[in-house]
Design a protein around this ligand. Structure first.
Ligand SMILES: Nc1nc2c(ncn2[C@@H]2O[C@H](COP(=O)(O)OP(=O)(O)O)[C@@H](O)[C@H]2O)c(=O)[nH]1
Ligand SMILES: [Mg+2]
Length: 197
């Protein structure tokens, strides 16, 4: 899929502030600092469409972007960052659950996981929600440039086992080397054109 345009639309915390539900939408979820912003920027070929940082932000917003004037990408707030104050962390669950359960244009969620670690309870909970709401998931293992090819394959198999899925369902990606960019885009394109909802 060729990305020809990408622009910021709005930030929101609650449904009344979401943009009109008129276009298919793909959301991106992952632990803070996993490389979510870097992945989105790499997919759309923009250095700073989404702000990246080594110190995860404290704002917990859903950020909506218009892609190819045809669909939305939504950058969901990251989870699992210990330094985010507790009151802000507590809002994450309800905010995400509300989004997943009410957004009927949502076609799928790209779940971003660091290829070097085995997912934890946060990922497990998110997957349970996605299954519950029947939302397709595109799991992506990022920062692959940090591992040798042998270890990439080893981690891919271990993480597939954790999720009880086929290892080829896990796309190996790197924002640095661009490994997997086309594969992620084609999975997204497939979901955008699908009629699951
Ligand atoms: N080596 C490497 N570093 C990455 C990759 N993706 C992100 N990073 C780095 O990881 C840090 C967090 O990235 P960011 O995209 O802001 O993560 P977010 O908090 O999930 O949005 C930054 O220092 C990035 O440069 C990758 O594929 N490879
Ligand atoms: Mg980010």
């Amino acid at each position: 899929m060729l990305i020809t345009s990408a622009e910021f639309v709005t930030s929101a915390t609650e449904p009344s502030h979401y943009p009109p539900a008129a276009l298919p939408e793909i959301a991106f979820a992952g632990r803070s600092n996993v490389g979510k912003s870097s992945l989105i920027n790499k997919l759309v070929n923009r250095k700073q469409l989404v702000k990246t940082s080594s110190t995860p932000g404290r704002t917990q917003l859903l950020n909506f972007f218009l892609i190819n004037k045809a669909f939305h990408f939504v950058d969901l707030p990251g989870y699992g960052y210990a330094k985010v104050p507790v009151p802000i962390r507590k809002k994450w669950g309800p905010m995400i659950e509300t989004y997943l359960s009410t957004r009927n244009t949502l076609k799928g969620v790209v779940l971003i996981i660091d290829i070097r670690r085995i997912p934890g309870s946060e990922e497990r909970n998110l997957i349970d929600w996605l299954n519950h709401f029947k939302i397709p998931m595109v799991p992506v293992l990022t920062k692959s440039d940090k591992l040798s090819k042998t270890n990439q394959i080893r981690q891919q198999a271990a993480i597939a086992k954790f999720f009880s899925i086929e290892k080829n369902d896990l796309t190996i990606f790197s924002a640095k080397s661009e490994q997997g960019r086309e594969a992620v885009l084609s999975r997204i394109e497939y979901l955008i054109n699908s009629n699951f909802i």
